[in-house]
Design a protein around this ligand. Sequence first.
Ligand SMILES: C[S@@+](CC[C@H](N)C(=O)[O-])C[C@H]1O[C@@H](n2cnc3c(N)ncnc32)[C@H](O)[C@@H]1O
Length: 377
Amino acid sequence: MSLKTGDQITLTIHDLAFGGEGVGRVNDFVVFVPFVITGETVEVQLTEVKKNFARAKLLRVITPSPERVTPECGYFTQCGGCQYQHIDYTAQLRFKHKQISDLFERIGKIAPDRIAPVLPCPSPYGYRNRIMIRSQWNGPAKKLEIGFVGVDNKYVVNVTECKIAEPALNEQITHVRANPPPKGGVKVVLRVQPEGWSVPKDSFFQNNFFLLPKLVETVKNCLQASGAKHLIDLYCGVGFFGIEAADVVDSFVGVEYDQLAIKAARENAASRKISNGEFISAKSEEALPELLKKFPTDQTAVILDPPRKGCWPSLLELLRNTRPAQVIYVSCHPATMARDLNILCADGVFELARVQPLDMFPQTQHVECVADLRRRN
Ligand SMILES: C[S@@+](CC[C@H](N)C(=O)[O-])C[C@H]1O[C@@H](n2cnc3c(N)ncnc32)[C@H](O)[C@@H]1O
């Protein structure tokens, strides 16, 4: 059967791929469809046909999954922010667990039994403490759109509220809309400041306060389980993990290349009267060689919390050569994380004890993971 763009076909969905698209098949030919659920039979229209796969848009759900729910947001399926509002929250956690297990097995060669169940967010809506509002001039309609990038990843969808954002941010959206930027192409970051933390305007802070205590608990449990006495907190931002874990280690060092974040990290430690740590403004890959000489490697843990692109190869190579007792890898990008874990564990240098996923981003395709790696003796 030869398929072409525009064809309408009926599919049964047998998986939800990482990123949120459902996977259906016509004989052996794969068709990706957004906003569906495993087990559903759906009618779709092909929008793109390639040599090995096609993409389609959902026209009609013929047999709905018992896990299908009504999305809370009226912009869902137009706005590019959320992929899973049509799926019951408990089922979202199960799907994310399967996606991570599959991805880690394929890219990281990690056995699925190492992946713990996903920890849920106590507030599956109204949780985001930071959003980016964009404006774009809509030529044909002769009006300014103010909102989020749409599912087409091209045009801004006009929004007046965001159901996954904290209520305080929705008040700010109203303010931005009432005082629109004069031209298109403008980005405005709206943020709720974390209580008790100094965070410069453009510096990073974890974007879900509701699940943050569990993220801290997970990292501290890893440290306590290994008994590491010294901590090197790489990509430390405003000092978050080092400061939170200061009471379970003898000493720590935080490294971050955003100089304003490092200044804030020092203030955050001082305001808590934490004196067993220091903060260095540097690139992690450049600072690490000296830091690994400073502490006895068999008593040292290294936290890696890199940006989405993952760690520099030279940094991973150095960890493989110097072999600190523990590496705790924190990431919101499972694909680059799996790639880096595979490098660290190659030839049995490190062993992966466990991966704890945390649903820091309900309703979306994203998920945070914490991996606990121990050096092999
Ligand atoms: C995902 S954030 C984590 C921040 C922090 N661990 C936290 O939980 O708040 C990644 C941080 O790495 C910093 N960063 C990116 N590349 C870096 C590099 N090569 N060396 C040091 N810091 C870097 C970014 O500025 C950002 O603050």
